[in-house]
Design a protein around this ligand. Sequence first.
Ligand SMILES: *[C@@H]1O[C@H](CO)[C@@H](O)[C@H](O)[C@H]1NC(C)=O
Ligand SMILES: *[C@@H]1O[C@H](CO)[C@@H](O)[C@H](O)[C@H]1NC(C)=O
Ligand SMILES: *[C@@H]1O[C@H](CO)[C@@H](O)[C@H](O)[C@H]1NC(C)=O
Length: 264
Amino acid sequence: MPRLLVVLAFVGCISVAKSLSPEASEIATKHAIPYQANLRIEVIDSDIRYCAGTLISPNYVLTAANCGDGASKILVDMGVDDVENRQEPTWRTYLGDAFIAHPLYNKSTGYHDIGLIHLFEPAEINDAIQLVTLPDHRYKNLAGKMARISGWGNVNASTDLDHRLLRYADIPIGSHSNCLPQFPYPNFAQLCPAQSDSYFQTYDFGAPLMLKDVQIGIATATSFDNGIETNPQIYTRVDPYLSWIMNNTDVTIEQQKDHRLAVH
Ligand SMILES: *[C@@H]1O[C@H](CO)[C@@H](O)[C@H](O)[C@H]1NC(C)=O
Ligand SMILES: *[C@@H]1O[C@H](CO)[C@@H](O)[C@H](O)[C@H]1NC(C)=O
Ligand SMILES: *[C@@H]1O[C@H](CO)[C@@H](O)[C@H](O)[C@H]1NC(C)=O
């Protein structure tokens, strides 16, 4: 019986909040998340794919590898608040001229779902466009911590301004058992949220998961309930890939003493 109540409450929530992203989220203060990129990706023989990313240097954006699948053209929007308002004075669009998926990225397992976009020209850094902070060490245990996801979601489904603004939600990090059964084999480099009523959407793949001011994760995959995103969802951890990021970008990370940067 309690289970049925939960399901009904969820359905009721969906009818008003379908295109919000993440579900059960708050609207971010304008430009309070200045490192978040909106990605518009042209895919051969398909519709435009929306994804998210983060600016890690003026020349590179960090995102999910799956966002680059089949991409023929990548546009990176920075300084965005209302994703339908390109007249916004802070809005800048940059062309991505290379997509670097992790060499071990595996579409069927979802392992190593991490990618980089090189920008054709460097992004302007200003009040509305800034670099995200990456971890400087490996985390021993993230389970139990509260982290923050942000995204625009399926913005084009709505003309309602509330559905077009960048939103965020705080979610508790769980253990790998929280990924079951939809994601049966999460690996060391993946994070599973504990039960939460906040969800990112497929349009948020590549969005940052933040622990205070540090990006610890990348939204990469979701399960569905009647076509609607639901738990479990899964994130790629950033900390196991710091060497790979440094090797493939102009980013340098000062390694914290007494911590080893993983090689992967
Ligand atoms: C992806 O993983 C599956 C399952 O482990 C494996 O069978 C497949 O060969 C892998 N694909 C690539 C391209 O490595
Ligand atoms: C939303 O859809 C309209 C009409 O299909 C299109 O003109 C517009 O460019 C889309 N918005 C974005 C952000 O792509
Ligand atoms: C990064 O580059 C160094 C030096 O070439 C190499 O030893 C290391 O294996 C690389 N790491 C990754 C993750 O690519």
